[in-house]
Design a protein around this ligand. Structure first.
Ligand code: DC
Length: 221
């Protein structure tokens, strides 16, 4: 029997960093499901697919082959055989990912891929609907959040460190827009599962969040 940890929450709450760290200490596989939506978003952007036209969208989805590979323990995303792990991290792709993630056919395409990954191995999977929809029987569910201000501040620091120019107001607005779309969409909206542990990371360090998740998992093993 495999053990699954589902971590959901809004953008920028620190899910992926904490999930990665917890997965490392538990020797579980970390699965970043947001990267899958980003990969589909990238394809739609680069191929100028009109995602609001059903036929065009379906035809495009049929042409997309997504693979996750682990290279030295790090998840890499492949789109039709090409490593796109770095290209899916731009603001344009973030925006498009959030748009395509609201489309039922897109979610349908990724559902089995995500479930299969959790069926065959111990995983820490992060996203928006993992505890509520993808893995409703996960052994541990976490709803990880932080205030919009704190999430924007963290993202701002990250970008500044990379030498990118940005304004904290723009980042805050982008985050609030994405939250709105993720929470208000009809299909698999972002919400806390009833049996999820609520964690607010606003005043916690990354290490503290990862340690809390690891500790909760060990209690249930
Ligand atoms: O976590 P992220 O920012 O990389 O996710 C990109 C987008 O994909 C985001 O707008 C939410 C969406 N997403 C989703 O709808 N369901 C998931 N399980 C993961 C991400």
């Amino acid at each position: 029997m495999s053990f699954a940890i589902a971590i959901d929450g809004p953008a920028g709450a620190g899910k992926s960093s904490a999930a990665k760290k917890a997965a490392e200490s538990l020797r579980f596989v970390y699965v970043d499901t947001g990267a899958m939506y980003r990969t589909i978003g990238l394809y739609m952007l680069e191929n100028q697919v009109r995602v609001d036209e059903e036929e065009a969208l379906k035809a495009a989805l049929d042409r997309i082959r997504i693979e996750l590979k682990y290279e030295e323990g790090v998840q890499r995303m492949y789109l039709n055989g090409e490593d796109v792990s770095d290209r899916i991290r731009t603001p344009e792709v973030s925006e498009k990912a959030s748009v395509v993630a609201a489309i039922p056919a897109v979610r349908e395409k990724l559902l089995n891929l995500q479930r299969d990954m959790a069926a065959s191995q111990d995983v820490v999977m992060d996203g928006r609907d993992i505890g509520t929809n993808i893995l409703p029987d996960a052994e541990l569910k976490i709803y990880l959040t932080a205030s919009v201000e704190e999430r924007a501040r963290r993202r701002y620091q990250e970008l500044i460190q990379k030498g990118e120019e940005c304004s904290i107001e723009d980042i805050q607005r982008d985050i609030a827009d994405r939250d709105y779309r993720d929470i208000h969409r009809e299909t698999a909206p972002l919400r806390q599962a009833e049996d999820a542990v609520y964690l607010d990371s606003s005043d916690m360090t990354l290490d503290e969040v990862a340690a809390e998740i690891t500790c909760l998992a060990k209690e249930r093993m």
